[in-house]
Design a protein around this ligand. Structure first.
Ligand SMILES: C[S@@+](CC[C@H](N)C(=O)[O-])C[C@H]1O[C@@H](n2cnc3c(N)ncnc32)[C@H](O)[C@@H]1O
Length: 272
């Protein structure tokens, strides 16, 4: 259902939303005063944060390209966010017009804008669902008719698993998603960390408690664990700019300042 200004009726404008704050940082137009105020407060504490978010987006683009090069033509992008420059379906369908994408986000504004952008694209849909209920996401992806779980797919979890607190068992969520994938599938994760971070980053993280989606920073070892027994591609789980940069000159002198690790793993058919 929509309100008269075209927004989904279920949107809560009394609290900032992580998706809309993120959209503001990326220069998007789908945010409100309450989101901008929080974004400015976070930005004043961590001037680097907008660059961090762009770096996350760049990591995702490079990872999607690597999957396309490996022949992947179907993507399940969970926590896909508000559409912005270089969306996964744009990167994927530019390389392979037959590529199919199911976007999933918990934020109704993100889903509404994604649907608007995808009008007329019969190989991409946006679904409103919660990563903490992975079975529902898998059901939705199956019933969309766009993803064939008997064939390899790319599962994208960029900047979203840190919104799942330990109490909601993120390792189990990941295990459920991995179990649904055919051999040859890939898993892409980027995740905020406390490792190598200055105090102001940790303070800014505390502000996320004001949104419905508080961030849980995790160690490299915990993040690596989310890939289970899948085979990590080189260079492993690294600070995001270090993951296969387009050019060595793209890598900041302090790649740790972007505050997140990224990695990509492949599900190799078990031996035997
Ligand atoms: C930082 S943005 C990342 C957007 C995009 N993946 C990227 O890398 O550019 C995180 C997104 O995750 C969504 N999100 C947070 N918790 C979620 C959950 N439990 N289930 C699904 N999406 C969630 C937010 O609404 C937001 O759009």
């Amino acid at each position: 259902m929509q309100t008269s200004d075209g927004l989904p009726a279920e949107i809560d404008l009394s609290r900032p939303s992580a998706a809309r704050v993120y959209d503001y940082f990326l220069g998007g137009a789908h945010n409100f005063e309450i989101d901008r105020r929080l974004a400015e407060q976070i930005a004043s504490m961590t001037p680097n944060l907008a660059a961090t978010m762009r770096s996350g987006r760049e990591f995702l683009r490079r990872a999607v390209r690597a999957l396309l090069d490996a022949g992947i033509d179907q993507f399940l992008d969970i926590g896909s966010g508000i559409p912005t420059v270089g969306n996964v379906h744009e990167v994927a369908q530019a390389a392979n017009p037959q590529a199919r994408i199911v976007y999933v986000d918990i934020d109704p504004v993100a889903v509404a804008h994604s649907r608007e952008l995808l009008t007329g694209n019969d190989r991409a849909v946006a679904v409103h669902a919660d990563l903490r209920e992975p079975k529902l996401i898998l059901d939705e992806a199956r019933s969309s008719g766009l993803i064939d779980f008997d064939r390899p797919l790319g599962i994208l979890l960029a900047g979203v698993v840190h919104f799942v607190p330990d109490a909601d068992r993120p390792a189990d969520v990941l295990a459920t998603l991995r179990a649904a994938a055919a051999p040859g599938s890939f898993l892409v994760i980027s995740h905020s960390t406390f490792e190598d971070q200055p105090q102001e980053m940790l303070d800014a993280q505390r502000l996320s408690a004001r949104t419905d989606t508080e961030i849980t920073l995790r160690s490299r070892a915990e993040i690596t664990g989310f890939f289970g027994d899948w085979t990590l591609l080189e260079p492993g789980v690294v600070h995001m700019p270090l993951w296969r940069p387009d050019s060595p000159s793209d890598v900041d002198e302090h790649p740790e300042r972007f505050g997140a690790f990224g990695g990509v793993a492949r599900y190799d058919r078990p031996a035997g």
